[in-house]
Design a protein around this ligand. Structure first.
Ligand code: ADP
Length: 169
């Protein structure tokens, strides 16, 4: 396994990293799943900052402070809803990882943690999503000094095993 990539099973809102990535929606004003958990843990100041961002396009990302989280920053990215794979969903998901990694690099974020973007309510097949996450991250880390370390955070045993196998290769 690449020393700059780590895999854990757990709750991303508890991590003391420079930035965690949020699987947000286009409004950036909060939602369910990991987005709801991040907003609940960060506190209401987060929504105040998010209101000034004017939303975010699918496949793009925007950064805020982490407020009450242990993480210093939150990078909000908007994953694609899975419509069967015919609407550029894989390219859009790859773009989420690229945009988030670029923002991390530009802000000199050393440690960054990703949840499985789009793999919850948005219905993206988790094995394909993990492959895209690992490929885009590896490619980016080869070319860039920041982020120094990326952690993939999974919530379920199934997702954990999928990443573990990919990272072994
Ligand atoms: P999306 O709308 O992009 O599908 P979800 O929040 O519904 O986003 O789910 C994205 C992934 O995050 C799912 O795999 C879900 O199991 C996982 N997840 C939900 N809550 C947390 C959490 N607190 N920490 C880490 N992962 C989480």
């Amino acid at each position: 396994m690449n020393k700059r990539i780590e895999l854990i099973k757990g709750d991303i809102t508890t991590l003391a990293v420079d930035a965690i990535v949020n699987a947000a929606n286009n409004s950036l004003l909060g939602g369910g799943g990991v987005d709801g958990a991040i907003h609940a843990a960060a506190g209401t100041e987060l929504i105040d900052e998010c209101r000034n961002l004017n939303g975010c396009a699918t496949g793009k990302a925007k950064i805020t402070k982490g407020y009450r989280l242990k993480a210093k920053h939150i990078i909000h990215t908007v994953g694609p809803v899975w419509y069967g794979g015919y609407k550029d969903e894989p390219e859009m998901l790859a773009s989420c990882y690229q945009s988030s990694l670029e923002i991390a690099r530009d802000n000199k974020i050393k440690t960054l943690a990703f949840p499985g973007i789009s793999t919850g309510v948005y219905g993206f097949p988790q094995d394909l999503a993990a492959l895209i996450a690992v490929n885009e991250t590896r490619r980016f880390l080869q070319k860039n000094k920041y982020p120094e370390k990326v952690t993939f955070v999974t919530f379920s045993d199934l997702h954990y095993e999928t990443y573990r196998k990919l990272l072994e290769q």
